[in-house]
Design a protein around this ligand. Sequence first.
Ligand SMILES: [Zn+2]
Length: 388
Amino acid sequence: MDAHAEICRAIDDYREKVVAVSHEIHEHPELKFEEHLAADLLTRAAKDLRLEVERGVGGLETAFRAEFGGDGPTVAILAEYDALPNGHSCGHNLIAGAALSAVAGLKSIVGKLPGRIVFLGTPAEEGGGGKIILIDKGVMHGVDAAMMAHPMDSEWCTIPTLATQHIKLKFRGHAAHAAAAPWDGSSALAAVIQTFQSVDAMRLHLRDGSRIHGIITDGGQAVNIIPEKTECLFLARGKTSRYTNEIGARVIRCAEAAAMATGTIVETIIEGGYKNLINNKSMANRYAAHSEALGTKTPVAPDNSPTGSTDMGDVSHVMPAIHPAFAISRRGEGNCHEDAFVAHADSPRGYDAMIRVAKAMAMTAYDLLAEPELMAATKKEFAARRES
Ligand SMILES: [Zn+2]
């Protein structure tokens, strides 16, 4: 039996176990950095595969890392397992399951692996940037290529994701009696409202595919007092980090103008963000070929596909990476972050897709280790496409 067939057979044999783990994670949704049960379940499953697991890597309690294999290059398979306030509406339990299954498949041929596999548990994709912390702490040092797969309502071997920048704006005005002496006050609420209006006026001038969305998190203290303090959050998104930072700078100029107009002062806090995803096509094409052989076409996503953002983008700026999407619903039946997607993430269709994707990822990882030409092409492409 060749290595691919052995990997696939081991993944099929592992199905019951991984579906149980994935279902358990789904039933106990945990928010970013609080994924203790999920990390325990995945760690225990990895230990059952006779892997040595290190917990708390990168200083993150709910991160983990296991490594196995022989001499040669190293490929990382990443698991996410955090949820959102409405449950597993992003299906990260399936991301974890696909990664765990792929690892089980590759572990089954550990004696024949011409390189190393890293199984990496990455917390807090939903706004916490767990992967950025792991990169900064050196946890991904020595890894040659990385992969994970994300459930959606469509099947793609690549997806364009947007870079992000989170901006917090704090306005401070001057409180006064709103009826008796409004002329003595300066309204921090007026400054926030003016900021939103200026941002809306500026939108037209942004490049296609850009997004700015904001919320007011503090709109004042009492209706009969001119608001002294207000606060709002903006999330700027664009096709590259450089352009997203430009959008962020424009938002800040809108806030500064609003502060000047209203006689208030503004404090701006840039709270970080994610980089856009650089899809490694050498890896993605191989993944797509394996997926098609398993019966599912996974084309390259069109440039204008609806998309979000991910900290896998940051990984793709430090090493070759893929982040394919796999369909667990049909279009119109619910997509990521919607309530309806929670049920899809714990459905027979979802688990079938998870197993198939695990096979395609595991075979792609094996190929990267076994075919020096593929790894070389992957690295060459990464070096050429990486943002300077
Ligand atoms: Zn997600």
